[in-house]
Design a protein around this ligand. Structure first.
Ligand code: DX5
Ligand code: ZN
Length: 220
Protein backbone atom coordinates (compact mmCIF):
# COMPACT_ATOMS: atom_id res chain seq x y z
CA UNK A 1 0.00 0.00 0.00
CA UNK A 2 1.38 3.43 -0.98
CA UNK A 3 0.64 5.93 1.75
CA UNK A 4 0.64 9.68 1.21
CA UNK A 5 0.96 12.53 3.72
CA UNK A 6 -0.69 15.82 2.79
CA UNK A 7 0.24 18.69 5.12
CA UNK A 8 -2.55 21.28 5.27
CA UNK A 9 -1.27 24.82 4.87
CA UNK A 10 -4.17 25.97 7.06
CA UNK A 11 -1.81 25.61 10.01
CA UNK A 12 1.25 27.09 8.25
CA UNK A 13 2.63 30.58 8.81
CA UNK A 14 0.56 32.51 6.24
CA UNK A 15 3.11 35.32 6.15
CA UNK A 16 5.73 32.83 4.85
CA UNK A 17 3.59 30.46 2.82
CA UNK A 18 6.09 29.82 -0.01
CA UNK A 19 8.83 28.90 2.45
CA UNK A 20 6.46 26.72 4.47
CA UNK A 21 5.47 24.75 1.38
CA UNK A 22 9.13 24.27 0.43
CA UNK A 23 9.90 23.18 3.99
CA UNK A 24 7.25 20.45 4.07
CA UNK A 25 8.26 19.30 0.57
CA UNK A 26 11.85 18.90 1.83
CA UNK A 27 10.48 17.15 4.92
CA UNK A 28 8.83 14.39 2.87
CA UNK A 29 5.30 15.60 2.11
CA UNK A 30 3.59 13.88 -0.82
CA UNK A 31 0.89 16.49 -1.52
CA UNK A 32 0.07 20.02 -0.40
CA UNK A 33 -3.45 20.21 1.05
CA UNK A 34 -5.01 23.62 0.33
CA UNK A 35 -8.12 24.43 2.44
CA UNK A 36 -10.49 26.94 0.87
CA UNK A 37 -13.12 28.33 3.28
CA UNK A 38 -15.74 30.93 2.37
CA UNK A 39 -17.43 32.06 5.62
CA UNK A 40 -20.69 30.73 4.19
CA UNK A 41 -20.47 26.95 3.75
CA UNK A 42 -18.10 26.94 6.75
CA UNK A 43 -17.63 29.61 9.43
CA UNK A 44 -14.12 30.61 8.46
CA UNK A 45 -12.39 32.46 5.65
CA UNK A 46 -9.07 31.43 4.16
CA UNK A 47 -7.47 31.64 0.73
CA UNK A 48 -8.55 31.55 -2.91
CA UNK A 49 -7.16 30.94 -6.40
CA UNK A 50 -4.77 33.91 -6.28
CA UNK A 51 -2.88 32.39 -3.38
CA UNK A 52 -2.95 28.97 -5.05
CA UNK A 53 -1.42 30.46 -8.22
CA UNK A 54 1.19 32.29 -6.15
CA UNK A 55 2.24 29.06 -4.41
CA UNK A 56 2.33 26.92 -7.54
CA UNK A 57 5.84 27.97 -8.71
CA UNK A 58 7.21 27.18 -5.24
CA UNK A 59 6.51 23.46 -5.35
CA UNK A 60 6.43 20.46 -7.66
CA UNK A 61 4.11 18.59 -5.31
CA UNK A 62 0.50 18.18 -6.43
CA UNK A 63 -1.83 20.81 -4.96
CA UNK A 64 -4.76 19.06 -3.28
CA UNK A 65 -7.48 21.72 -3.18
CA UNK A 66 -10.27 21.11 -0.64
CA UNK A 67 -13.17 23.44 -1.41
CA UNK A 68 -15.35 24.30 1.58
CA UNK A 69 -17.39 26.76 -0.42
CA UNK A 70 -20.94 27.14 -1.64
CA UNK A 71 -21.66 27.45 -4.53
CA UNK A 72 -18.80 25.44 -6.01
CA UNK A 73 -18.83 25.61 -9.81
CA UNK A 74 -17.53 29.11 -10.53
CA UNK A 75 -14.36 28.41 -8.53
CA UNK A 76 -13.47 25.18 -10.35
CA UNK A 77 -11.94 26.75 -13.50
CA UNK A 78 -10.25 29.36 -11.32
CA UNK A 79 -8.44 26.72 -9.28
CA UNK A 80 -7.66 24.64 -12.37
CA UNK A 81 -5.99 27.71 -13.89
CA UNK A 82 -4.21 28.34 -10.60
CA UNK A 83 -2.50 24.94 -10.82
CA UNK A 84 -4.67 22.60 -8.72
CA UNK A 85 -4.03 18.89 -9.36
CA UNK A 86 -6.98 17.64 -7.31
CA UNK A 87 -10.19 19.53 -6.59
CA UNK A 88 -12.56 18.15 -3.95
CA UNK A 89 -15.91 19.55 -2.85
CA UNK A 90 -18.74 18.78 -0.44
CA UNK A 91 -21.81 17.33 -2.20
CA UNK A 92 -24.13 19.42 0.02
CA UNK A 93 -22.56 22.54 -1.45
CA UNK A 94 -23.34 21.73 -5.09
CA UNK A 95 -26.85 21.71 -6.61
CA UNK A 96 -25.70 19.25 -9.30
CA UNK A 97 -22.94 16.99 -8.06
CA UNK A 98 -22.49 15.08 -11.33
CA UNK A 99 -22.14 18.34 -13.25
CA UNK A 100 -19.52 19.66 -10.83
CA UNK A 101 -17.55 16.41 -11.13
CA UNK A 102 -17.63 16.66 -14.94
CA UNK A 103 -16.53 20.29 -14.71
CA UNK A 104 -13.50 19.37 -12.59
CA UNK A 105 -12.44 16.51 -14.86
CA UNK A 106 -13.10 18.61 -17.95
CA UNK A 107 -10.54 21.07 -16.61
CA UNK A 108 -7.97 18.26 -16.48
CA UNK A 109 -7.98 17.94 -12.68
CA UNK A 110 -8.62 14.92 -10.49
CA UNK A 111 -12.01 15.06 -8.77
CA UNK A 112 -12.91 14.27 -5.16
CA UNK A 113 -16.05 14.22 -3.03
CA UNK A 114 -15.80 15.17 0.65
CA UNK A 115 -17.98 13.51 3.26
CA UNK A 116 -18.56 15.30 6.55
CA UNK A 117 -18.74 13.18 9.72
CA UNK A 118 -22.57 13.06 9.51
CA UNK A 119 -22.85 12.77 5.70
CA UNK A 120 -24.16 9.35 4.65
CA UNK A 121 -22.47 7.37 1.87
CA UNK A 122 -25.48 7.53 -0.52
CA UNK A 123 -23.78 10.27 -2.50
CA UNK A 124 -21.22 7.69 -3.64
CA UNK A 125 -23.93 5.45 -5.16
CA UNK A 126 -23.85 6.90 -8.66
CA UNK A 127 -20.61 8.83 -8.49
CA UNK A 128 -17.85 6.56 -7.21
CA UNK A 129 -16.70 5.44 -10.66
CA UNK A 130 -16.26 9.11 -11.61
CA UNK A 131 -14.07 9.92 -8.62
CA UNK A 132 -10.31 9.97 -8.26
CA UNK A 133 -10.52 10.54 -4.54
CA UNK A 134 -12.92 10.22 -1.61
CA UNK A 135 -12.13 12.54 1.28
CA UNK A 136 -13.63 11.52 4.62
CA UNK A 137 -13.71 14.32 7.20
CA UNK A 138 -12.75 13.23 10.70
CA UNK A 139 -13.68 16.66 12.11
CA UNK A 140 -16.43 19.05 11.14
CA UNK A 141 -14.94 21.34 8.50
CA UNK A 142 -13.95 24.91 9.26
CA UNK A 143 -10.97 24.86 11.60
CA UNK A 144 -7.60 23.26 12.07
CA UNK A 145 -6.51 21.73 15.35
CA UNK A 146 -9.76 19.93 16.23
CA UNK A 147 -10.12 16.57 17.93
CA UNK A 148 -10.31 13.44 15.72
CA UNK A 149 -13.86 11.98 15.65
CA UNK A 150 -13.33 8.22 16.01
CA UNK A 151 -16.87 7.32 14.90
CA UNK A 152 -15.79 7.96 11.29
CA UNK A 153 -13.52 4.89 11.33
CA UNK A 154 -16.29 2.42 10.35
CA UNK A 155 -17.24 4.84 7.60
CA UNK A 156 -13.68 4.86 6.27
CA UNK A 157 -13.81 1.06 6.29
CA UNK A 158 -17.08 1.05 4.35
CA UNK A 159 -15.69 3.48 1.74
CA UNK A 160 -12.62 1.22 1.41
CA UNK A 161 -14.92 -1.76 0.85
CA UNK A 162 -16.80 0.08 -1.91
CA UNK A 163 -13.59 1.23 -3.62
CA UNK A 164 -12.14 -2.29 -3.54
CA UNK A 165 -15.38 -3.75 -4.88
CA UNK A 166 -15.26 -1.30 -7.79
CA UNK A 167 -11.61 -2.18 -8.35
CA UNK A 168 -10.52 1.31 -9.41
CA UNK A 169 -7.49 3.19 -8.09
CA UNK A 170 -9.43 5.77 -6.07
CA UNK A 171 -7.54 7.43 -3.23
CA UNK A 172 -9.13 7.39 0.23
CA UNK A 173 -8.06 10.48 2.15
CA UNK A 174 -8.92 11.34 5.75
CA UNK A 175 -8.84 14.93 7.02
CA UNK A 176 -8.93 16.26 10.59
CA UNK A 177 -7.12 15.51 13.83
CA UNK A 178 -4.57 13.14 12.25
CA UNK A 179 -1.36 12.73 14.26
CA UNK A 180 1.46 10.18 14.49
CA UNK A 181 -0.46 8.60 17.39
CA UNK A 182 -3.61 7.75 15.44
CA UNK A 183 -2.41 7.51 11.82
CA UNK A 184 -1.94 3.73 11.93
CA UNK A 185 -5.47 3.21 13.22
CA UNK A 186 -6.85 5.33 10.36
CA UNK A 187 -4.74 3.40 7.85
CA UNK A 188 -5.98 0.10 9.28
CA UNK A 189 -9.54 1.32 8.62
CA UNK A 190 -8.56 1.68 4.96
CA UNK A 191 -7.22 5.20 4.34
CA UNK A 192 -4.17 5.69 2.12
CA UNK A 193 -3.84 9.49 2.16
CA UNK A 194 -3.64 11.56 5.35
CA UNK A 195 -4.15 15.29 5.78
CA UNK A 196 -2.20 16.70 8.71
CA UNK A 197 -2.31 20.41 9.50
CA UNK A 198 -1.53 21.25 13.11
CA UNK A 199 0.40 17.99 13.66
CA UNK A 200 2.96 18.99 11.01
CA UNK A 201 3.02 22.79 11.07
CA UNK A 202 2.62 22.91 14.84
CA UNK A 203 5.73 20.79 15.29
CA UNK A 204 9.31 22.06 15.57
CA UNK A 205 10.78 19.56 13.12
CA UNK A 206 8.57 18.90 10.08
CA UNK A 207 10.82 16.11 8.77
CA UNK A 208 10.78 14.31 12.12
CA UNK A 209 6.98 14.54 12.30
CA UNK A 210 6.35 13.35 8.74
CA UNK A 211 9.07 10.71 9.19
CA UNK A 212 7.37 9.42 12.34
CA UNK A 213 4.04 9.21 10.47
CA UNK A 214 5.64 7.22 7.64
CA UNK A 215 7.36 5.00 10.20
CA UNK A 216 4.05 4.18 11.90
CA UNK A 217 2.51 3.41 8.50
CA UNK A 218 5.44 1.24 7.48
CA UNK A 219 4.99 -0.88 10.60
CA UNK A 220 1.47 -1.97 9.57
C1 DX5 B 1 -10.62 21.43 8.35
C2 DX5 B 1 -9.64 21.28 7.22
C3 DX5 B 1 -8.46 20.46 7.53
C4 DX5 B 1 -7.58 21.00 8.62
C5 DX5 B 1 -6.94 19.84 9.29
O1 DX5 B 1 -11.78 22.02 7.90
O2 DX5 B 1 -10.27 20.70 6.09
O3 DX5 B 1 -7.68 20.20 6.36
O4 DX5 B 1 -6.61 21.87 8.19
O5 DX5 B 1 -6.23 20.34 10.36
P1 DX5 B 1 -5.73 19.43 11.55
O6 DX5 B 1 -4.81 18.41 10.96
O7 DX5 B 1 -5.05 20.40 12.44
O8 DX5 B 1 -6.95 18.80 12.15
ZN1 ZN C 1 -9.03 20.00 4.37
Amino acid sequence: MAYRIAPSILSADFARLGDEVKAVARAGADLIHFDVMDNHYVPNLTVGPLVCAALKPHTQLPLDVHLMVKPVDALVPEFAKAGASIISFHPEASEHVDRTLALIRGQGCKAGLVLNPATPLDCLDYTLEKLDLVLVMSVNPGFGGQQFIASVLPKVAEVRRRIDKLGKDIWLEVDGGIKADNIAEVARAGADTFVAGSAVFGSKDYAATIGEMHKRLASL
